[in-house]
Ligand binder design. Structure first.
Ligand code: NI
Length: 407
């Protein structure tokens, strides 16, 4: 039913070996302008400021997620049997396109636009772009079906579980890929074992056989380590903090007349919806150029913050205590630097697996040897301890290094 490519296309990938493409609709999506845009957006917002090799992009991650989904729908016997050909193509496309709406600097940008990237992914898939046409030409109505899987509103919950739940193709690819490119070996886990032990319960719920529970524990630990060592590294958060301060300043200066600001940043400071044509131009190449322009700006705060981003002169960080905050505020006042832009606060907490919130679909279920189904934290002592121990959090403040707040 779906047209095939004239030969199997193979893309070499350091995480998966080869990524295989056999369907024309997938190949055409990869070659669309919107998908190629992902080459200009890195996978990790500020983490490449800490891990210098973490230069990999949303493009390679998206291909990786597609490959994990492709393997699930062609190698896991329960899934092969449960899905129609159309569902298989829809879920592969959803894996490929789930991050299509990511803006520059990863999640740092979502708080600037106040919009989750999934929302843009669905708009790009449905609002008449090159991707919309490719999907609907392959099968009428397919664009909406793909967006439904990403939104978790499709008729078959299994498809959304495959792409994004708590044990899914998205997370498996980004953990392995980020571990590889940052060089953090303990981010690795045994994906092959997880794929071998995946099953379907009641025709609509992914479960893992009890013999795969050690591989799942390993995956949860990998998530735990990657969060604290990479995603929440204070230097990466410092980068985000300077970025936010710059956009706060730009919004303040240009709220009344965004047209006075560098073109690509208009949509970010105006209040109102961002058009897809404007969004398309926002990538890390165009932002990098704009930051260099802003480093020559007439406003000293804009100039300073833009230069800090360009040259990696990031803020210093310290544990947040009332005494430390008072000390930094005093030093900033002495230096004539407004705390509004030069004192950042950020608190993060993370639990690598959340058994009791979220939908039933997104929890991890284990099929025990006697055939009963257990939720992961009931089947694993390690995961039980992680989810019942105190929640790990980290409360930091960020400020310019040169104010010497240690005095
Ligand atoms: Ni993703």
């Amino acid at each position: 039913m779906f047209e095939r490519t004239d030969e199997v296309k193979v893309l070499r990938d350091p995480v998966h070996g080869y990524i295989r493409v056999e369907l024309k609709v997938i190949w055409d999506c990869i070659n669309s302008a919107w998908f190629q845009r992902l080459r200009r957006i890195r996978q990790l917002g500020g983490a490449n400021m800490v891990y210098h090799c973490a230069e990999h992009t949303r493009f390679s991650h998206s291909l990786g997620v597609y490959e994990v989904v492709r393997r699930m729908v062609s190698e896991v016997p329960d899934i092969v049997a449960a899905l129609s050909e159309r569902d298989k193509v829809v879920v592969m496309a959803a894996g490929l396109l789930h991050d299509l709406g990511h803006g520059p600097y990863s999640h740092a940008f979502e708080s600037v636009t106040n919009t989750a990237h999934e929302e843009y992914s669905c708009r790009i898939i449905e609002e008449d772009t090159d991707v919309t046409r490719i999907l609907n030409d392959a099968a009428p109505g397919m664009a909406k079906e793909v967006a439904d899987v990403i939104r978790h509103t499709g008729r078959n919950p299994l498809l959304s579980q495959i792409v994004s739940s708590q044990l899914d193709a998205d997370r498996m690819d980004y953990l392995l890929r980020d571990a590889y490119f940052t060089g953090t070996k303990y981010g690795e886990f045994d994906m092959e074992r997880i794929l071998r032990t995946l099953r379907i319960e009641n025709g609509r719920q992914l479960v893992v056989k009890q013999s795969g529970v050690y591989a799942v524990e390993n995956y949860i630990m990998s998530r735990y380590h990657m969060y604290w060592q990479v995603y929440y590294h204070p230097t990466a958060r410092s980068f985000e903090c300077v970025l936010h301060a710059l956009f706060r300043r730009l919004k303040e200066l240009y709220a009344d007349d965004p047209s006075k600001l560098i073109g690509i940043f208009h949509p970010l400071v105006k209040n109102g919806p961002i058009g897809l044509d404007e969004y398309f131009r926002l990538d890390e190449s165009s932002c990098g150029y704009a930051f260099d322009e802003l480093a020559r700006h007439e406003d000293p705060i804009v100039r300073d913050l833009a230069e800090r981003i360009r040259d990696r002169r990031l803020f210093e960080y310290a544990d947040s205590t009332p005494e430390k905050i008072a000390q930094v505020e005093k030093k900033l006042a002495e230096a004539g630097l407004p705390a509004e832009y030069y004192l950042g606060r950020d608190s993060v907490e993370q639990n690598p697996y959340v058994p009791y919130t979220g939908s039933q679909d997104s929890r991890i279920w284990i099929r025990m040897k006697d055939g009963s189904i257990s939720e992961l934290s009931d089947a694993s002592t390690i995961v039980y301890s992680l989810t019942h121990g105190p929640v790990n959090d980290d409360n930091k403040i960020f400020f310019p290094r040169e104010i010497n707040a240690a005095d």
